[in-house]
Design a protein around this ligand. Structure first.
Ligand code: YK8
Length: 177
């Protein structure tokens, strides 16, 4: 896997979890900025193992003219039962892009780790891996990997920027009180 984000933010761990993993105004705005449209969220539910699961469907906009303009996608998220509310949260997210070439060969696995530092600080780490369900031809594989890394890098760079803006707003509000 690759580490795409590793940063301390001035907000509580539970606030970070809410921003990223509930139907928050933040994530809705971020999706709009990324041209991720028609999102539909299924609420978190406990599965028999004790982990929490939910899924999301949306349409992504792709800038690469060789691939096509849009693709539907499904994201399956697992919040592991080892997570401790307010303290640490571990979420795995598998993203399947249904309408891109070779979509039946691969998916993306994102691992989000939120850890509380102090009452008002937390660290967010995001690891990403491109996973293969079938082994493609070597050239195809490098094509998939290359296109995936660049798209993912772009996404998390912007997520970090938007989180920093949100952090500034949160702390500005706190300073006025
Ligand atoms: C999630 C990884 C790959 C995919 C895309 C596939 C091209 C395939 C190339 C062919 C379009 C929101 C990405 C970037 C779409 C967006 C996905 C997002 C950013 C020719 C082989 C969607 C996080 C996420 C994970 C994986 C990203 C896809 O929350 O290049």
């Amino acid at each position: 896997g690759r580490l795409y984000l590793n940063k301390v933010f001035h907000m509580s761990a539970s606030r970070m979890f809410d921003l990223l993993f509930t139907e928050s105004a933040f994530i809705r705005r971020f999706m709009t900025v990324r041209k991720i449209t028609n999102p539909s969220f299924v609420a978190w539910q406990k599965d028999p193992s004790g982990d929490m699961k939910r899924s999301l469907n949306y349409t992504i906009t792709i800038s690469n003219p060789l691939i096509g303009k849009f693709s539907t996608a499904t994201e399956y998220q697992t919040l592991y039962k080892e997570s401790l509310e307010g303290q640490s949260y571990l979420v795995d997210s598998e993203v399947y892009t249904h309408d891109v070439p070779y979509h039946d060969y691969f998916y993306t696995q994102n691992r989000y780790y939120i850890k509380s530092h102090t009452k008002r600080k937390c660290r967010l780490k995001v690891y990403t891996d491109v996973k293969y369900k079938k082994q493609p031809w070597g050239l195809v594989k490098s094509f998939i990997t290359k296109n995936s890394w660049s798209g993912i890098e772009d996404y998390f760079r912007q997520l970090e920027a938007e989180l920093l803006e949100e952090e500034a707003e949160i702390n500005q509000g706190a300073a006025e009180v």
